[in-house]
Design a binder for this molecule. Sequence first.
Ligand SMILES: [Zn+2]
Length: 201
Amino acid sequence: MKQWKCTVCGYVHTGPEAPDKCPVCGADKSMFVEVTASDAVPEQAPVTGAKEVSARLPASSVITRLINKLHAHPITVHIPNGVIPVTVLFLAVAILYKSDSFAAASFYNLTVVLLAMPVVLFTGYVEWNTKYQGSLSLFFITKISCGIVVFISAVVLFAWRAMDSNVTTGPDRYLFFLLHLIMLAAAAIAGHLGAKLVFKD
Ligand SMILES: [Zn+2]
C-alpha cells in the first residue's frame, strides 16, 4: 500500500492515492508527496521552506532549531492551558461568594497566563514558520487567531482588574467573567488543534 505525506503538517496517509484534503491541517491534495520505501521518513518533516526561513532569520536560526528540537511550543502552551481553567474557576467562586481572596488568586493566575503568552506565541510562530512553512490553511489561521485572542483577552483582563480591583463585586462582573470564558474557549480550541498536530488522529 502506498503512503502519502502532507508537506504542511507531516500527516501520513496510507492508501492508493493522497486524500483530497489533509484531515489534520486541511491542506490540499497537491500538498501531499508519496513516501517511497527508500525515504526513511525524515523526522523533521518538510525540508523545503525550512531553509528559506532560516535564511530569512539567520540570527535566530540556532534558537529556531532549539525551539523545534526541544518542543518549546507544546511544552510552554501547557502553562496557559493549565492555568486558565484555574483562573476561571477561582473567578467564579469569587463572584458567587463575593470572596476577595479568590478574586486575588484568580488575578495572580491571570498574571501567570499573561507572562507566559509572549513565549507561547513566539515559539508557536517559529514552529509554524519552520515546520509548517507558515501555512495559511484554515487550520492554522484558526489556531493562530485563537492564540492571539487568548493574549489580547489576558492583556485586557489584567489591565481591567489592575485599574478596578472591585470588578468582581461591581456591576460589570458578568462581563468580566464572560471575557474570561472567551479566553478559556480560545485556549481550548488552540489546544485541541495543537493536539491534532501532535497526535494526528
Ligand atoms: Zn496536513
